[in-house]
Ligand binder design. Structure first.
Ligand code: NAD
Length: 356
């Protein structure tokens, strides 16, 4: 029996999570496995119920689960709140509390979606890259941080980009290990021409790389990387980078695939794991049954692969998604091809096609 804590969150979160659970139930029935799922509120939903973005009991449940499946948090209603009370604080608390230092964001192009990408077919055809983003350090957690008042009454906002050797070592090691199961190429992305934290990052990644002589390592500045992702995304296999650079570059990589609604992610620590779509709560389409649930469904596939090591079932979910995309599309993917379907119908179609 596998224990999964389900945190649907806000906006389209509950809609896409419902579809992912439909697929998980189908996996459970074809493979005769039991997934013991329990739900809890986070983000805006938790603010409404408990007055804080996440409560201690939810964090404890997350720690006691084999894996966490999360939808998305946030929305305009809570944008006015002070920083510590914002729904997004729940994500930071989960990442920190569960020690989820490695965020894996694979971006592959489905052959049926070549026309949905804003880039030319010949540029994106065959793209298969993995962004490995450091998730518990860097500028999102670094101290000091804050907004201070100057004597003249003006204000100053400041944050700290900070990385210790061991933080870089463990994320670099993950990236090299993952590259060994792929095409054995790692690009480390930094800003070592400007930032001291990046100089250390590059030094440590280079050292770790020496232990993986079978993996080819190169380094790239983040500004060049942003350009190369558009110019020639096929050059990338595994990309390892800092928290903030990874946040930005993985959204850019998402668009190569046609829609941010397609991209899953896995956040892994040494003991815990959390799976979620890359996209946010999409308040503009929430409640319309229009969201693309595929990113969350593919996050379930990552859960099956990385936490439960059920590789064939992970492949079966991914195959089901590919089969459905031959004929059906949610509105974010709708070009000249495909029959339009709602979020819930997309979930039904994918679940129907999951086989043991
Ligand atoms: P977003 O990802 O929610 O939306 C960006 C655009 O992509 C919107 O046009 C949206 O409609 C579209 N989109 C997103 N997911 C989609 C899906 N599954 N299907 C179809 N279209 C989809 O990003 P945003 O608008 O910058 O942020 C909205 C809220 O989400 C904010 O409160 C933000 O803080 C929060 N957010 C949460 C997470 C998270 O929970 N991990 C991540 C990013 C943003």
């Amino acid at each position: 029996m596998y224990k999964v804590l389900v945190l649907p969150g806000d906006g389209v979160g509950p809609e896409v999570v419902d579809e992912a659970l439909k697929v998980l139930r189908k996996v459970s029935s074809v493979a005769h496995l039991v997934f013991d799922t329990e739900e809890a509120v986070v983000g805006g939903a938790s603010l409404e119920r408990h007055g804080v973005p996440i409560i201690e009991a939810t964090l404890s449940k997350a720690k006691a689960s084999d894996a966490v499946l999360l939808g998305a948090v946030g929305g305009p209603k809570w944008d006015v709140l002070d920083h510590p009370m914002r729904p997004e604080q729940a994500l930071l608390a989960l990442r920190e509390g569960l020690g989820l230092y490695a965020n894996l964001r694979p971006a592959t192009i489905d052959p049926n979606l070549l026309d949905a990408s804003p880039l030319k077919r010949e540029v994106v055809e065959g793209v298969d890259l993995l962004v490995v983003r450091e998730l518990t350090g860097g500028i999102y957690f670094g101290k000091p941080r804050g907004i201070k008042k100057n004597p003249d009454g003006s204000e100053q906002g400041f944050n700290t980009e900070i990385y210790a050797t061991h933080e870089v070592e463990r994320i670099a090691r993950r990236a090299f290990e993952l590259a060994r199961k792929r095409r054995r190429k790692v690009v480390s992305v930094d800003k070592a021409n400007i930032l001291e934290s990046s100089i250390l990052w590059r030094k440590v990644v280079t050292e770790v790389g020496k232990r993986f002589p079978d993996v080819q390592l190169s380094h790239m500045y983040v500004d060049n990387c942003a350009m190369q992702l558009i110019r020639n995304p096929k050059q990338f296999d595994v990309m390892v980078t800092t928290n903030m650079f990874g946040d930005i570059l993985s959204d850019e990589a998402a668009m190569l695939t046609g829609s941010i609604g397609m991209l899953p992610s896995a956040s892994l620590g040494d003991r815990h794991a959390l799976y979620e779509p890359v996209h946010g709560s999409a308040p503009d389409i929430a409640g319309k049954n229009e969201a693309n649930p595929i990113a969350t469904i593919l996050s379930v596939a990552l859960m099956l692969r990385y936490t439960f090591e059920l590789h064939d079932l992970a492949l079966s979910v991914e195959r089901a998604v590919r089969e459905v995309l031959k004929g059906y599309r949610t509105v974010d993917l709708l070009q000249e091809h495909g029959q339009p379907v709602s979020c819930s119908r997309m979930g039904d179609l994918i679940a129907e096609r999951v086989r043991s």
